[in-house]
Design a binder for this molecule. Sequence first.
Ligand SMILES: Cc1cc2nc3c(=O)[nH]c(=O)nc-3n(C[C@H](O)[C@H](O)[C@H](O)COP(=O)(O)O)c2cc1C
Length: 261
Amino acid sequence: MIKTAISEKVDIIIAGAGLPLDLPSFLNKGSKTKLVPIVSSARAAKIICEKWKTNYDYLPDAVIVEGPKAGGHLGFKEEQIFDKDFCLEKLVPEIVNELRPFEEKYNQLIPLIAAGGIYTGEDIHKILELGASGVQMGTRFVTTEECDASPAFKQSYIDATEKDIEIIRSPVGMPGRAILSSFIEKVRDGKKQPKKCPFKCIKTCDISKSPYCIIIALINALKGNFDHGYAFAGSNAFRATKITTVKELFQSILKEYKATT
Ligand SMILES: Cc1cc2nc3c(=O)[nH]c(=O)nc-3n(C[C@H](O)[C@H](O)[C@H](O)COP(=O)(O)O)c2cc1C
């Protein structure tokens, strides 16, 4: 689970791997914290709404659907990642349909935020037309001056070709999308072995079977050390050509969006 403070007044708790069925139990009475689970299927969205309402009289404040083109860990089986039946464009209307009865019955809006492979203003327009209320974008914002990754991490996006963006098997037991590095090649050749487990971050990672520590690999990549790590990246990472500012990026996204309306 990742807890992100977005303002002094409101925290948003975002739940990662697995269904966060007991998340409302972490809320203190009178809390302004918003609960926004991440799902990758309509079934998961429905189960969360049912269980939260029954057990805690609480509905999600919004739901994020992360499709199979996203960067980082993916909530799909490897064989589902490139299967059209699991694409974001299919998931969005399915999840909107699952959320609607809860919205109507309890008179509460549950905005759906779509993520994974949304890169241009045109992509945003298309996904909003399908029923999403907003989007979450990662990859396109990596190659900005404001992004706090190292220059080498950002450069790895600019240098990547489409072929370099690969599906890896993460030690946490999920597939992930990353840019091919010498480290990934060494792991594939069986040349990597973790020496210790300093974090014990997730039950599904067994040090006796894991080829490396995911946290150390990601911290190394953040610093630009691709001999000992790899950069997570969405399927569109290869489209980056230069470093821009977030302001310039928003201006182009807005222009792209307006051109489609
Ligand atoms: C470098 C990188 C690191 C990420 N780390 C996390 C993470 O720690 N937890 C998480 O829930 N999602 C993580 N994501 C996924 C993003 O939050 C986002 O949903 C996803 O990347 C959206 O797809 P896009 O990158 O194609 O825009 C990461 C994505 C990238 C590119």
